[in-house]
Write a protein that binds this ligand. Structure first.
Ligand code: SAH
Length: 282
């Protein structure tokens, strides 16, 4: 299959940027995962990696009293999140930055909590876990979601979809092994319920696609691309028992470090602790 061309990405972002979230997840799941982080300080230093337009960032701002740095590589999503942050008067606590989670430019060993919903896989789960390990203080928590297989022999369309987006996708045991082998203790995990796929992701996606079908009625290429994007929620409706999104909560083991990761992080990070929202706006 050919890699998607520029028109695909144009239509893709026209659909995705307008959704409340760019992946499955909801507030109840975020609250449940946060509840597993039992020994967080009262005002934790939080880093949200691959925040998208910030659905979960804003929930974390409500669910914690901490300071939150949210990073995403897609500038329009960050712009949208920063506008909402300002509108809600959260600018002192929440700061959204364009950046690459592989080299997030944050100081090592200082975060109490790293959050990442549906995003770590973009740089490879194990590489992402090593980055997170380097950024967390010993005993700090990592809460992330990841897609996993849960039934053998998926239909070819389902397999093809994930082969394109997440070819290295594994099973629950693979993720658990990765977590442990990258210097974390697994605190707990649970499967996202079906409403976490629909309420803020696939239902708004289908509405948005229907809207754009009207706008692009005379444009055969755009209509075909919208058909292609509409397949994902449709396949989920039929075949969601073959795969799942799992929420993992892990804890950086006390006293263990990965020197190579820490060195890499130090090169482009300020040395004096996590950036506060006020500092990052300067
Ligand atoms: N956490 C959000 C978005 C998930 S979609 C939610 O659950 O709604 C995955 C996000 O990761 C996208 O917004 C994408 O732009 C971002 N992303 C992909 N690669 C990245 C990278 N290397 N660094 C930072 N963000 C990245």
């Amino acid at each position: 299959m050919n890699p998607p061309g520029p028109r695909f990405w144009e239509i893709f972002f026209e659909v995705y940027e307008n959704l409340p979230r760019q992946g499955p997840g909801n507030r109840a799941c975020a609250a449940r995962a946060l509840g597993l982080c039992r020994e967080l300080p009262e005002c934790p230093a939080v880093l949200d990696l691959g925040c998208g337009v910030g659905g979960q960032t804003l929930q974390l701002a409500e669910l914690t009293s901490g300071s939150i740095v949210a990073i995403d590589s897609h500038a329009p999503s960050i712009k949208r999140l920063n506008a909402v942050v300002a509108e809600r008067g959260l600018s002192q606590r929440v700061s959204a930055l364009v950046g690459n989670m592989a080299r997030p430019g944050q100081p090592p060993g200082v975060f109490d909590l790293i959050w990442s919903e549906g995003a770590l896989y973009n740089i490879g789960l194990r590489d992402a876990l090593r980055v997170c390990h380097g950024l967390l203080r010993p005993g700090g928590y990592l809460a992330f979601t990841d897609a996993i297989w849960r039934k053998e022999n998926p239909p070819p369309e389902v397999k093809a979809g994930f082969d394109l987006d997440y070819p290295a996708m594994g099973w629950l045991d693979d993720d658990v092994a990765a977590v442990r082998e990258c210097g974390f203790e697994l605190v707990g995990h649970f499967t996202l319920p079906d409403e976490a796929w629909w309420d803020h992701f696939y239902t708004p996606m289908e509405t948005r696609i229907a809207e754009l079908r009207g706008r692009y009625a005379g444009d055969a290429e755009a209509s075909a691309l919208l058909d292609q994007l509409a397949k994902e929620p449709e396949l989920h409706r039929r075949y969601s028992d073959f795969y799942a999104y799992e929420f993992f909560v892990a804890r950086r083991t006390l006293g263990q470090s990965h020197p190579e990761t820490t060195e890499a992080l130090e090169q482009d990070a300020p040395a004096d602790g996590p950036r506060t929202a006020a500092e990052t706006r300067r």
